[in-house]
Write a protein that binds this ligand. Structure first.
Ligand SMILES: [Zn+2]
Ligand SMILES: [Zn+2]
Ligand SMILES: [Zn+2]
Length: 127
């Protein structure tokens, strides 16, 4: 029986202990099934954690910036402006940088969504 070497646990195992992988020379994966499963699990959770952490940090900044801007608006430090694209009076705040809570841009709902999605770039308007 042909045995293959696992690149992770360095055990020589029968071919059946590996996932088939046609594009490789031996026709099987370089990791045994057991190691492959561990690897996938680790990669899956590692990726998730990084994602949630980034999301959490982003969100705290976002909430903080919005809150500060709302307050500045209330005390008159920040003044509501019409949409910078179409001039519509009913506008929403857009923060190009949450690190600068009082640096906001005013856009109507429609143009705000377009700006966030990047489709206003065609008109020369960027975040
Ligand atoms: Zn292994
Ligand atoms: Zn608009
Ligand atoms: Zn926005």
């Amino acid at each position: 029986m042909k045995k293959c070497l696992c690149s992770i646990c360095h055990h020589r195992l029968p071919k059946e202990k590996f996932y088939p992988e046609k594009k490789r020379a031996g026709g099987v994966s370089s990791r045994c099934i057991h190691c492959q499963k561990n690897y996938d699990k680790k990669r899956f959770w590692g990726g998730r954690q990084a994602y949630f952490e980034k999301y959490r940090v982003n969100n705290i900044e976002k909430v903080r910036a919005k809150w500060k801007a709302q307050y500045a608006l209330k005390i008159g430090k920040l003044i509501k402006k019409p949409c910078e694209v179409c001039g519509k009076k009913k506008t929403e705040m857009h923060h190009p940088d949450y690190g600068h809570p009082l640096k906001v841009r005013w856009l109507c709902h429609k143009h705000h969504i377009q700006l966030e999605s990047g489709s206003l770039g065609e008109r020369g308007i960027y975040l």
